[in-house]
Design a protein around this ligand. Structure first.
Ligand code: ZN
Length: 429
């Protein structure tokens, strides 16, 4: 499947590449991924009540344990002809062409000593094609992506799908249960990919997920939201130096695209390094279900599936949005109550007022003004902030030949040790 997807990407990607990346062309090193399979797969469904809601009305998905009980003679179904659809082998199961299954993944190392599994939805199409993966809630408090995965997966008819879709609505199920971005040990799972079977708990969970699920993918869309009371305009974050990644970005229709080099340890970085082109779809903020953002995300993903010829559908979504090759966070220089004067998607000019910070004790007020002309692609909700808080994310209109500056506030350009940059603040995915 890798081969076929690459052909599609190369064909579709050529025009994309010429169109999008005059200044950013460069080799992206692809290293072989770290193979390893010492894991415990629990295909029973022990989803708790919240994840049960999310996977409700799941009649489309055959439960894995039921499939095992039936003892499907998988070898009979295996076809090896080049243009024939093939069973998809994942998590110890074989998903036959033209069928859907709900599997589950559980990492071996768990804090409570009790396996916690999370649903992995698989739709294997009746026609051959690439395997597209959707992951959500790597940060457990980011809910919009969970609903996007549910809507996309349950809207797909396996008989009309070319290739396969793998959807993981809640990767960080422990964080999700607690309404937390983090794992129970306060580690950010999205700093530990591709993981290490002998490392910290986070590294082990990352390794298990990467080897058992992600390595089955030909391409990946990782769904996120803003962090810590910040919301993002729906946007694709992508390393536009990679032609296969560029092709993915073009499929999303009217979605803002932001060039951003992924930080080491993010799923986007690790998967792309393993030869699986990956983009992040950011939409909205944490701890809320925002239906407008969910709809935009679903439209973008379904447009992508159409553009990759995985589904034949009328879903082609409008004219492309501008691509932002640079962006920067405007930070609070003083503490106090932040009130915004702009909203997500606002167009701003250099010097425009973005918001004010008022000291509640002495009523002193400081204005935050935009150092750039551009568009507000992320911003903090009104709240009390400390000095240094990243408040407004401005997508900067540039001459595309302008090189990206080395600035810790610029998305994806955090210094190698990532200190003080977007990576540590959690304002990169
Ligand atoms: Zn996130």
């Amino acid at each position: 499947m890798h081969r076929q997807f690459n052909i599609i990407l190369k064909t579709a990607g050529l025009a994309a590449w010429l169109f999008l990346t005059p200044a950013l062309a460069g080799e992206v090193a692809v290293e072989p991924s770290d193979q390893g399979a010492d894991m415990l797969v629990d295909t029973t469904d022990d989803a708790d009540s919240r994840s049960e809601e999310i996977t409700a009305d799941a009649e489309q998905f055959v439960d894995a344990s039921a499939q095992d009980a039936d003892g499907v003679p998988l070898s009979e179904a295996v076809t090896t002809a080049g243009d024939e659809p093939e069973p998809l082998t994942i998590l110890g199961a074989e998903v036959l062409p033209g069928t859907s299954q709900r599997l589950s993944w559980a990492a071996t190392e768990l804090f409570e000593g009790v396996p916690v599994s999370t649903p992995v939805l698989v739709v294997n199409g009746a026609m051959p094609g690439p395997t597209m993966c959707l992951t959500a809630a790597v940060h457990g408090d980011e809910l919009n992506g969970i609903e996007m995965v549910r809507r996309v997966m349950h809207d797909i008819d396996p008989d009309r799908l070319s290739g396969a879709l793998i959807g993981v609505p809640i990767v960080n199920v422990q964080g999700f249960r607690r309404g937390s971005r983090y794992l129970p040990d306060r580690r950010d799972l999205n700093r530990y990919f591709p993981g290490n079977p002998n490392g910290s708990a986070a590294a082990r969970i990352a390794h298990s997920f990467f080897t058992n699920v992600i390595e089955r993918c030909d391409a990946l869309v990782d769904l996120h939201t803003g962090s810590f009371e910040r919301a993002n305009l729906p946007q694709i974050r992508a390393d536009l130096r990679n032609p296969d990644v560029v092709t993915l970005t073009l499929g999303f229709g009217s979605t803002v695209i932001l060039h951003s080099k992924p930080g080491v340890g993010t799923l986007r970085h690790a998967a792309t390094q393993a030869g699986i082109p990956t983009v992040t779809l950011e939409a909205g903020g944490p701890l809320q279900l925002e239906l407008s953002e969910v709809r935009d995300g679903v439209k973008g993903i379904e447009s992508l599936l159409t553009s990759l010829q995985m589904v034949k559908r009328v879903r082609f979504w409008g004219a492309p949005e501008p691509v932002y090759y640079r962006s920067s966070w405007v930070r609070a220089d003083s503490g106090g109550i932040l009130l915004s004067d702009v909203s997500l998607g606002s167009t701003v000019r250099e010097g425009d007022l973005l918001g004010t910070i008022t000291d509640p004790m002495n009523n002193a007020r400081v204005e935050l003004r935009s150092p750039y002309s551009g568009r507000i692609i992320g911003m903090a909700r009104n709240q009390v902030v400390m000095p240094g808080f990243a408040a407004f994310h401005v997508g900067i209109q540039t001459d595309e030949s302008e090189p990206a500056p080395v600035d810790a506030n610029v998305a994806g350009d955090a210094p190698p040790d990532n200190e003080g940059g977007a990576y540590i603040d959690g304002i990169s995915e």
